[in-house]
Design a protein. Structure first.
Length: 467
């Protein structure tokens, strides 16, 4: 028992416990959790010790400021420790509510559902769970029950979660391998309406689930695809599910990414991540009234789908605070402006650097793709990296961004030469300038054959050792 846990008063002292044992963090993970995580972090030089965080920045043990361009994979939409969200959580704890009795109707879930539906005018009801993958699981169950059909279609390269149901609609084989059998689901290419219609003609499809912008690779659905897909689905009595777990709540410059295309009204919408405020896990499945009425068709079925911690007071308070901040601080409009500035400045660099193939995305969800260079000198180095492991060049840019410029980013998926930028929605012009200046310096270095390639050699050795 530690000193912090055995004080004379018998009280638990979290601060004392962290002060006493916080330095053991990597050893504790190695011993008791996923032992590959510390190994991976040390390999790529990400084994930092961060002491505190605020907004879009955090500070290491030496007091150095780091810019966060990852936002906890999109969870920290309002940055870390937003004062409005913090206050809401303090308030709800101080209120000592009779939470999770399971046999009453607390006001906070209804109030948060009302606020969410105000941004989703064609939808009617909400189910609250605890995560994005649970929001997807709920949508899959509801779609299959409401239509009476077993099969759900998904797009190639999609990511919808890692629990068994959501894994069934995950387009990455690396996540699926070894976990079969999964649900009866089928992949179709994103944007391919003919492939979608071929599957629908079989008459057993409950729904198509789609990310309006795929997180893996940052690929946007082609213009007109979502609306045409919706029309096809409804013609064949199937549903459209929009997975907005990462793209929702302002990330792409609208409240939902599907709103970029006029006339798109999904039957079910999944949200999570940013709704949490970065504090309390929460997921929501938002849908049409008739679907909910079919699932919850009688009092006997009142608990046919539920979640032990769903709609808990802390999560609901965080969600209400997040939506209040988004409205009062005009976050969506801010994202449009800052995102356009960042994307435009990065896109301009494609003319200067032959290693830079494309810059794409919407709002503050941006993909930076690298490609095979034209010049023989750079092409030979690129070929060596690709032979060792595809995706190493993007990783060897990510590493010095952190080590030399104190900017946290990450690749958008395994074996992809794409860096995905999903910073907190509150970043400003100064943060944009800091990132673009650092990225430009690294591109200069890469084209000059500098230290960036040294990182590459280290990563190649590790890739070979792992085979």
């Amino acid at each position: 028992m530690t000193t912090a846990e055995s004080s004379g008063t018998g009280e638990f002292d979290l601060g004392a416990l962290l002060a006493e044992r916080g330095a053991e963090r990597y050893e504790l993970h190695t011993r008791y959790l996923n032992h590959q995580l510390p190994r991976m972090l040390r390999t790529i030089g990400f084994d930092k010790v961060y002491e505190r965080a605020e907004g879009a920045h955090f500070w290491d043990a030496d007091g150095n400021d780091h810019l966060d361009m990852l936002a906890g994979f999109g969870v920290m939409g309002l940055g870390r420790h937003h004062p409005v969200v913090r206050k809401a959580l303090h308030d709800v704890l101080d209120a000592s509510l009779a939470d999770l009795t399971r046999f009453d109707c607390q006001p906070l879930p209804g109030l948060l559902a009302e606020r969410l539906l105000a941004h989703s005018p064609h939808l009617d009801r909400v189910f609250f769970g605890n995560s994005g993958t649970e929001a997807v699981e709920t949508a899959l169950k509801f779609a299959r029950y409401a239509t009476g059909r077993p099969r759900v279609l998904y797009c190639e390269h999609a990511f919808h979660g890692l629990t068994t149901g959501s894994l069934s609609v995950n387009g990455e084989s690396g996540f699926r391998d070894g976990f079969a059998p999964l649900l009866p689901d089928t992949a179709v290419p994103l944007g391919d309406l003919d492939a979608l219609e071929r599957e629908l003609r079989r008459g057993d499809v409950a729904a198509l689930i789609v990310e309006p912008i795929q997180g893996k690779g940052v690929h946007e659905a082609p213009p007109g695809y979502l609306r045409a897909a919706q029309e096809l689905l409804h013609r064949h009595k199937a549903l459209l599910i929009a997975d907005e777990v990462q793209t929702g709540l302002g990330r792409t410059g609208d409240f939902y990414a599907y709103q970029h295309e006029e006339g798109v009204e999904p039957d079910l919408v999944c949200v999570a991540k940013g709704l949490s405020g970065g504090y309390v896990p929460v997921g929501a499945t938002i849908g049409k009234d008739w679907i909910f009425r079919k699932v919850y068709s009688s009092m006997d079925r009142v608990l046919v789908h539920s979640a032990s911690f769903g709609a808990n007071a802390q999560a609901m308070a965080a969600g209400l605070a997040v939506l209040s901040v988004m409205e009062n601080e005009r976050i969506v409009a801010r994202v449009r402006g800052t995102g356009e500035l960042l994307r435009t400045r990065l896109a301009a660099l494609t003319e200067k650097y032959e290693l830079l193939a494309d810059v794409r995305g919407r709002g503050l969800m941006i993909g930076i793709e690298f490609g095979r260079p034209r010049s023989l000198r750079l092409r030979s180095r690129w070929t060596v990296l690709q032979a060792a492991r595809k995706g190493l060049f993007a990783q060897m840019v990510v590493v010095p961004l952190l080590q030399r410029h104190r900017i946290l980013t990450q690749v958008s998926g395994d074996h992809l030469e794409v860096i995905k930028l999903i910073p907190p929605l509150i970043i400003d012009e100064e943060d944009v300038n800091r990132f673009v200046d650092a990225f430009t310096a690294l591109m200069d270095d890469a084209h000059d054959g500098g230290l960036v390639w040294e990182f590459g050699r280290t990563l190649v050795k590790q890739a070979v050792a792992d085979r």
